[in-house]
Design a protein. Structure first.
Length: 338
């Protein structure tokens, strides 16, 4: 080795030593140290396998899209779906930790937040919007051969809903009242959405409050007719449902919540594409291909809007579903950058 080459090698070693010393100083707490990671900066989630409560309805299409297209997997999440009857039924599952996240209607979430039970889990936290009303996707149906033809004919009748004191009951009352029907004369009977078509047919109930794809199936298979669009007039474009967890879970698993939100944002955006959703409805909602092709879609919002959700609270107060003021904003956990 020449003397010149030897000098260059020695200088290279010295430079490498200097750089290693600077790097180690930063790692020990100097000014070069990287800032600590927050919930949205990546890294492994705290809980990779999550349990999510869902219903077999069109409203949760975005979840199935997100699973099918690998959005959850890309965020390090494996999703175990658990079928629930409604948002109200999901709240005990959140409190007992049987569910990590759940889909549910806003009425049930707001009602739960107003009760002492929510305080046991640091409150109900809303993490993703899910569904918003459009015409003909929130209907009260009756048999085609019954005497019930208009909203006025529902006075004194029994109407099936999936759970009591939820978005179905709220919007039914609001639109019935707008049609000059005495809502106190109407009786609501609780039953799962898949059972409603048969209940109307065999006259267990006079009418049923249905959502898609059960509306289209009942119209096609049983000739049931629309009596009232519960997403019209005072409830036009009303927010329907979304996804929630508990404050306790969110505090313990911030990266998991953030990962869920990112996957759902992609799923919500993708769910607006009918060709993507229709085959999934055949799979998870158990309807035929033709019915899936005819269902009426609502909207799949991609952002949480406190002002929009506060409208539901105001309706709840009007119809006795909330006995005190409730501010939606503290319930929201906004995704990073929102």
């Amino acid at each position: 080795m020449t003397r010149r080459v030897r000098r260059m090698a020695i200088r290279g070693i010295a430079l490498a030593t200097l750089l290693a010393t600077v790097a180690s100083c930063g790692a020990l707490g100097g000014k070069e140290q990287a800032p600590p990671a927050d919930a949205n900066s990546g890294g492994p989630v705290e809980k990779a396998k999550i349990t999510l409560g869902v219903l077999p309805i069109l409203d949760v299409a975005s979840v199935h899209v997100a699973i099918k297209q690998g959005f959850f997997k890309a965020e390090g999440l494996e999703v175990d779906l658990k079928v629930i009857q409604g948002g109200a039924a999901a709240i005990p599952g959140l409190v007992s930790k049987e569910l990590d996240f759940t889909f549910g209607n806003w009425v049930s979430f707001f009602a739960a937040e107003s009760k002492a039970t929510a305080k046991q889990v640091d409150g109900i936290k809303l993490i993703s919007d899910g569904y918003q009303a459009k015409p003909d996707m929130f209907l009260i149906l009756a048999n085609g051969d019954s005497a019930i033809k208009s909203p006025a004919d529902l006075a004194g009748k029994t109407i099936a809903i999936n759970t009591f004191r939820n978005i179905a009951e709220l919007t039914a009352k609001a639109t019935l009242e707008a049609a000059n029907v005495d809502v106190n004369s109407v009786k609501f009977k609780e039953m799962p959405f898949p059972d409603m078509q048969a209940a109307v047919q065999n006259k267990t109930v006079d009418a049923a409050f249905m959502v898609e794809p059960f509306i289209t199936r009942a119209q096609r298979a049983a000739g049931q007719i629309k009596v009232l669009d519960a997403a019209s007039g005072p409830t036009d474009n009303i927010p329907i449902a979304g996804y929630a967890t508990t404050g306790a879970f969110a505090k313990e698993n911030p990266k998991t919540v953030a990962a869920f939100q990112r996957a759902m944002a992609k799923g919500q955006a993708a769910a607006t594409d009918r060709p993507t959703v229709e085959p999934l409805l055949v799979e998870y909602a158990k309807v035929d291909k033709e019915t899936a092709g005819l269902v009426h879609f609502g909207a799949f919002p991609t952002t949480l809007d406190a002002t929009r959700l506060q409208r539901v609270v105001q309706l709840m107060q009007r119809y006795g579903m909330l006995d005190k003021e409730l501010d939606v904003k503290p319930m929201l956990i906004q995704p990073s950058g929102s």
